[in-house]
Design a protein around this ligand. Structure first.
Ligand SMILES: *Cc1c(COP(=O)(O)O)cnc(C)c1O
Length: 362
C-alpha cells in the first residue's frame, strides 16, 4: 500500500514535543543538574547494576525504591507509585482523569506537557491564564469559582509548584482552600521541590484528591535515567495502576534509582550551591540594562528583555544554550536560563551584559 489511513483526528492539531536541545558548550536550557552523579555514587551504581538479571522482567511496581521513598516521606508503600520519569505519571494522570467528555483546568503559561496530554486524549481544556503583571500569579478567585462544588465540570488540574517556566510558588493557603472546595483531582507538580524546599506532603492525609509529583531528573542528576514518582492516597494510586504500562520502569533504572536515593544526602551541597547561584544570578540580571528577571524558587530564572530573540542568538553563538520563550504565548519577550556551574553562570552573565550594552549603544 502506498498510503495509510489518517491517524486519530485530534493528532492533526498536535505538534510533537521539541526540547530544542542543540549542541552547545554550556547547556542551560533544560533545568538539569549541571553536575553528573559523583564518582562514589557512580561506583555504587555500577556494583548494583552488575547483579541485575537482564533476562527477567522487572518488578512492575519497583517495590524496593518504592519502600525507600515511602519511608522517607513517612508513608506506607501503597501511597507511592514510581513512573518512567515524571512525564509518564503526567500522561497517566490524563489517561485516568481525562478523556472525551472530561475537563482539565490549565493555568498557562505553565509546563506545556499538561495541556498536550489532555488534548491528545480528547479532554476539554479550560484555561485560567496567570497574571503576567504580578509574577504570573494564579487567578485564585477564578480557579475557585470554576472548581468549587460537586457540580463543577472540572475533573482535574495540575499546578506546577514552583511554576515552570515562571519560577514562583503558589501559596499553600490557596492550595488547601482549593483542595477543600473541590472533589476534582489536584496534582501539585513538585518536580523542583528539592530547590524550593516546600512541599504539600503534610496535607496529603487530609485530602484524598491531592497528588504530589516528584522527579529524579532535576536535583538528583538523573534526567538521563527516567524516574519519577507520585505520592497519593492508596485509592488514587489504584486508579493509576489501571492505566500505567506494567513494566514502564526497567530493572536498570530501578537499581540506579535505589542507589541514588540511598545516597541522596550527598546531593545536598550541590543543591545548596545551585540555590545560592540562582540568587546571585537574579541580582546580577537585575542590574543589566533592559533586563527584568522574575523571582524564582527553583533552579532556573525567567527574564524579560527587549530583543530577547536576538539575545538568545548572541548567547548561543557564545556557546550558551538557554530556553527561548520569546514568542511563546503569554511569555513574549522572555528567556529562561537554568542555573549551571559557577563558570557557566559567569559566562552567561558576561555574554548577556555585553549584548545589552551593545544594544544600548545602538
Ligand atoms: C522536568 C519536569 C517534570 C518531570 O520530568 P521527568 O524528567 O519526566 O521526570 C515534571 N514537571 C515539570 C514542571 C518539569 O519541569
Amino acid at each position: 500500500m502506498d498510503r495509510v489511513r489518517q491517524s486519530a483526528p485530534q493528532l492533526a492539531q498536535i505538534i510533537p514535543y521539541d526540547p530544542k536541545y542543540i549542541p552547545a558548550e554550556a547547556y542551560m536550557s533544560a533545568n538539569e543538574n549541571p553536575h553528573d552523579v559523583d564518582e562514589d555514587v557512580r561506583r555504587a551504581i555500577e556494583r548494583r547494576i552488575k547483579n541485575v538479571e537482564l533476562n527477567r522482567y522487572p518488578d512492575p511496581l519497583a517495590n524496593e525504591l518504592r519502600d525507600a521513598i515511602a519511608e522517607a516521606n513517612g508513608l506506607d508503600r501503597d501511597w507511592v507509585l514510581i513512573g518512567n520519569g515524571g512525564d509518564e505519571l503526567l500522561f497517566d494522570t490524563a489517561l485516568a482523569w481525562g478523556g472525551p467528555g472530561r475537563t482539565f483546568l490549565n493555568m498557562p503559561p505553565t509546563f506545556s506537557v499538561y495541556e498536550a496530554n489532555a488534548r491528545l486524549l480528547n479532554t476539554t481544556v479550560l484555561e485560567v491564564p496567570r497574571d503576567r503583571e504580578n509574577e504570573y500569579a494564579i487567578d485564585e478567585e477564578r480557579v475557585l469559582e470554576l472548581m468549587s462544588g460537586p457540580t463543577s465540570e472540572v475533573d482535574f488540574t495540575i499546578i506546577s509548584n514552583p511554576n515552570n517556566p515562571t519560577g514562583l510558588m503558589t501559596s499553600f493557603e490557596f492550595l488547601e482552600k482549593l483542595l477543600a472546595s473541590t472533589d476534582a483531582l489536584v496534582m501539585v507538580d513538585e518536580a523542583y521541590f528539592e530547590f524550593s524546599r516546600q512541599t504539600m506532603r503534610p496535607h496529603l492525609e487530609a485530602h484524598k484528591n491531592l497528588v504530589i509529583l516528584r522527579t529524579f531528573s532535576k536535583a538528583f542528576s538523573l534526567a538521563g535515567v527516567r524516574l519519577g514518582y507520585i505520592l497519593a492516597h492508596p485509592e488514587v494510586i489504584d486508579e493509576y495502576k489501571k492505566v500505567r504500562q506494567p513494566y514502564s520502569v526497567d530493572a536498570v533504572s530501578q537499581a540506579i534509582g535505589s542507589v541514588v536515593y540511598e545516597h541522596r544526602s550527598t546531593f545536598v551541597p550541590a543543591i545548596d550551591e545551585i540555590i545560592s547561584e540562582r540568587d546571585r544570578m537574579y541580582e546580577a540580571l537585575r542590574v543589566i540594562p533592559g533586563v527584568m528577571p522574575y523571582k524564582s524558587q527553583s533552579n532556573w530564572l525567567l527574564f524579560k528583555m527587549t530583543d530577547a530573540g536576538q539575545a538568545w542568538e548572541a548567547l548561543y553563538e557564545a556557546g550558551v544554550l538557554v530556553r527561548d520563550f520569546s514568542s511563546a504565548p503569554g511569555l513574549e519577550g522572555t528567556l529562561r536560563v537554568s542555573v549551571g556551574t559557577k563558570e557557566q553562570n559567569d559566562r552567561f552573565l558576561l555574554c548577556l551584559r555585553d549584548f545589552a550594552l551593545r544594544k544600548q549603544e545602538d
